[in-house]
Design a binder for this molecule. Structure first.
Ligand SMILES: [Zn+2]
Length: 450
């Protein structure tokens, strides 16, 4: 029986979706104005683990993610780069999707772009105006929080406490309440604009998610996920908007939030110069699957400390694991079904307890050390586990060998043919230094990663 920690009740709860066997799930996607960073990688890889698991235990999951392709940050970036806002979003959306693909994130059914839902957004704003939940000031339409008694139920913050908030609250002195947030921003000259009878403008940030989820799922759905930093005010605002529009509560049954990624035990931030984009990490000799393995090492709700030492540890563990698998693969041992079932059950048990991936991962290592299981059984089990981990353990790794190394390997071959063993060995050392090893087999030379 699956239990999930629900942010709104602050407890682990037995999971029970609206429709038996089916899950509608939404996770906040990125604002596409920059290359994605390690924090994004953590959030989306960990939700990928979660969705893979939900499917493994039999749920039919529709996993929806939005892409914020209209926002102040995008407009600002377009000015900086002296280009149009659409060029910016196109560029960074494709860079985001390519990073996600590299990270083996295969679970998302649909990426929904905010600008494809503008008619739904306008219709939601109009409904809020009609219900008296919204008011107009000089720069747009705002949600009136004094009309919403429930505000704060997710984050535990009240209207009075919104003063200490740091996270993207729209500032305007004409606002009725400090925490009121913008639904529809009137466009300034040169800004993106949609012409409507509530004023020419563009969507606020929070309304895009409720417009997307209402269109795709209706007014209520099962799981809403995102990074912990989005709880307030973003997710709180979503609840206020959608529950005011539909009158149906709750908007979402289970709220799931991932813990922060820290860099060298400090909060990640551009200003602190401890900020890494995903592609920067790939450029430093780590594979996307090294990162995936690293993200398995902490519980999704807990903060995870990134250091290159920790990433090296993940890389080495994954390499070791792949070596073990390639040996287990050759086993001709006869499998005992009961043994496999029993061990697999224990694996599911760890994940049923609020998706405890680090425990499931260390259980996998226990299995590999367990003398009561033979090699064929171990092999089958690890491949079953990997359906959830997504580490592609069974795939032969295609290694990219640089031209320089290829040349060295050829040179070494020549030396060996000429029986110049010392020179051949010198070249072998050079190859090792470049991060590769050569193995001489009956079929010829094999190049492997060190
Ligand atoms: Zn969102």
């Amino acid at each position: 029986m699956l239990k999930i920690y629900n942010t709104i009740t602050r407890k682990k709860e037995l999971f029970n979706p609206i429709k038996k066997g089916k899950i509608n799930m939404f996770v906040c996607g990125p604002t596409v104005y920059n290359n994605s960073h390690l924090g994004h990688a953590k959030t989306y890889v960990q939700f990928d683990f979660i969705v893979r698991y939900l499917r493994t235990i039999g749920y039919k999951v529709f996993y929806l993610q939005n892409i914020t392709d209209i926002d102040n940050k995008i407009i600002k970036k377009a000015r900086e780069e002296k280009t149009g806002w659409k060029e910016i979003t196109k560029k960074y959306e494709s860079s985001y999707l390519s990073d996600m693909k590299k990270l083996n994130i295969t679970s998302v059914n649909k990426y929904a772009k905010a600008t494809d839902y503008v008619p739904q957004i306008i219709s939601q704003v109009k409904k809020l105006i009609k219900k008296g939940c919204a008011y107009k000031i000089s720069d747009g339409w705002y949600f009136d929080l004094s009309k919403n008694k429930d505000y704060g139920k997710l984050s535990g913050r009240t209207l009075l406490k919104t003063n200490d908030s740091v996270s993207r609250i729209d500032e305007n002195k004409e606002k009725k309440n400090k925490g009121d947030f913008c639904l529809w921003k009137f466009s300034k000259p040169g800004e993106p604009v949609w012409k409507t009878d509530i004023g020419n403008g563009r969507p606020g940030w929070h309304i895009e998610d409720t417009a997307i989820t209402e269109k795709e799922f209706g007014p209520q759905y099962d799981i809403h996920g995102g990074g912990m930093d989005l709880i307030f005010p973003h997710h709180e605002a979503e609840i206020a908007q959608m529950e005011s529009i539909s009158g149906k509560k709750p908007l979402v049954r289970y709220w799931m939030h991932t813990g922060f990624l820290e860099i060298d035990s400090k909060k990640m931030g551009k200003s602190k110069k401890n900020f890494y984009t995903i592609s920067e990490i790939f450029g430093k000799g780590y594979s996307p699957l090294n990162l995936r393995y690293f993200f398995l090492s902490a519980h999704y709700r807990k903060p995870l400390n990134f250091t290159f030492e920790n990433l090296d540890y993940a890389k080495n563990s994954l390499n070791r694991l792949k070596e073990i698998i390639s040996k287990l693969k050759k086993s001709k041992d006869k499998k005992n079904k009961k043994n496999i079932e029993l061990a697999y059950k224990q694996f599911l048990k760890f994940l049923d307890d609020d998706l405890n991936f680090p425990q499931a991962l260390s259980y996998m290592w226990d299995i590999l050390r367990d003398n009561r299981l033979n090699d064929s059984e171990k092999y089958e089990l690890v491949l079953k586990f990997d359906k959830v981990f997504g580490l592609d353990l069974n795939k032969e790794e295609k290694i990219r060998v640089s031209e320089k190394v290829k040349k060295l390997v050829k040179e070494r071959e020549m030396m060996r043919k000429n029986r110049e063993w010392e020179k051949a060995d010198e070249i072998r050392k050079k190859i090792n230094k470049s991060g590769f090893i050569v193995e001489d087999t009956k079929k010829g030379v094999i190049i492997k990663k060190r």
